[in-house]
Design a protein around this ligand. Sequence first.
Ligand code: KIV
Length: 275
Amino acid sequence: MYTAGAWPQNRRITISDLQAATDRGERWSMLTSYDVLTAGIFEQAGVRALLVGDTSAELVLGHDSTLPVTMDQLITMVRAVVAGTRTALVVADLPFGAYQAGPEVAFANAVRHLKEGGAQAVKLEGGRRVLPQVRTLTAAGIPVMGHLGLTPQSVNVLGGMRRVQGRGDAGEELLADARALEQAGAFAVVLESVPAELGGRVSGALRIPTVGIGAGPLCDAQILVWQDMAGLTSGRLPRFVKQYADLHGELLAAASRYVGEVADGSYPDQVHSYA
Ligand code: KIV
């Protein structure tokens, strides 16, 4: 099991622990998680923070974008992830529609994630346009993680999910957004699908940690969607996805063997039956 640095063993990791790790130059990992069992496994592996992301709309609920997942659905998953962990910091995504209208609605929904879900922080997408929300939440003691670059909740204005963001002049805009989020009190910023050079530039410009997903090796931390990381998803995946296992193949083989053994009568055998 990977261990490094001085991470708490008997309490939840806080945003100060994440900042301290970044300050001492230690890179740390995040994964998404939406359920009790994977949450526990990832924490045991040394993943310091778990994101209950709106990607659950696609990967858990079967929608074709992140937009449909609701606060109630996410809160159920946040509770499960909190229940499965003791030390990992749990970040709950604010889904589409839960914060865009302004600070008041953002505050009400963020409070639900902390009170009903038990999360320690929330994440929202966008830069300068969501600063009032970020200021309101952080002033109320709710840690906020920003999200820049490819922001899937804006799929309909981005004109589809074109992958790489922040090329050319857009890079300067993204840097300005990142600085503004830091100033408004965000404790970290996710950078999704941006050139590695820009990932490095933003990381160098900010004191708070950058969490890269397709943003190159110079970010302070990395995050992947767990089903991508573990090879449960298949087909055409973004270039930045590295699959560390073949869960799709493993599960398919296991389920096929089970089906075969039920069909040929070899399961259940005596060992798996009550005398
Ligand atoms: O919702 C999510 O899973 C995310 C990650 C892709 C960063 O926002």
